[in-house]
Design a binder for this molecule. Structure first.
Ligand code: GAR
Length: 209
């Protein structure tokens, strides 16, 4: 059974998609052992508690220095001995030490088709604002392994979503979540839990049946 820790920052709709997929048997061989948020009082913590999952807030605001926040985050993570760490709308840059320690065991969902609209400053609603500003007609979401770079790790899966006339950032965000994110992220977890993918030379390879 794959031990999964999910890191979140806000609403937690992707977390909910994972919880629901486990309950419905769309994800097998995996269990969420803890949820950690960097923000207090967010809906994602409520969602975790409702599902009976241990939920914690570790806020950078409670620490004098960034390193102390990083230490606390890593210590809590280590306590749960995860096989997989899922960044499900975790909008804080994770410490490099964590990337090394959990190398090839951290995945992230990003609300665009990487390498477009990603990197520093591209997170949450901002991504969709930039998409609309640029006027592209197709956007989407990407689930990828996390490495030292920002949104640069090996890509596991992507799904395209059309931008429509009259979209606001909020409307587009919702469509990208519904049509792409909530499917891609659970499917990637299921693939990892069932040994269907591996990384070779910086790329994700899907094993033949
Ligand atoms: C999601 O759209 C996710 O892709 C994005 O934050 C949102 C969180 O929503 N993540 C990033 O932008 C990471 N760079 P949620 O809390 O409802 O899952």
């Amino acid at each position: 059974m794959l031990r999964v820790v999910v890191l979140v920052s806000g609403g937690g709709t992707n977390l909910q998609a994972i919880i629901d997929s486990i309950e419905a048997g769309r994800i097998t061989n995996a269990q969420i052992v803890a949820v950690i948020s960097n923000n207090p009082g967010v809906k994602s913590l409520e969602r975790a508690e409702k599902a009976g999952i241990p939920a914690f807030c570790i806020s950078p605001k409670d620490f004098e220095r960034r390193e102390l926040f990083h230490e606390a985050l890593l210590a809590r993570l280590d306590e749960y001995e995860p096989d997989l760490v899922v960044l499900a709308g975790f909008l804080v840059r994770i410490p490099e030490e964590m990337v090394h320690k959990y190398s090839s065991r951290i995945i992230n969902i990003h609300p665009s088709l990487i390498p477009s609209f990603c990197g520093v400053g591209y997170y949450g609603l901002k991504v969709h604002e930039k998409v609309l500003e640029r006027g592209v007609k197709v956007t989407g979401a990407t689930v990828h392994f996390v490495n030292e770079g920002m949104d640069e790790g090996p890509i596991i899966a992507q799904k395209a979503v059309y931008v429509e006339q009259g979209d606001t950032p909020q409307i587009l965000q919702r469509r990208v979540m519904e049509q792409a994110e909530w499917q891609l992220l659970p499917a990637a977890i299921d693939d990892i839990a069932n040994g269907r993918i591996r990384v070779a030379e910086g790329k994700v390879i899907r094993k033949e049946d």
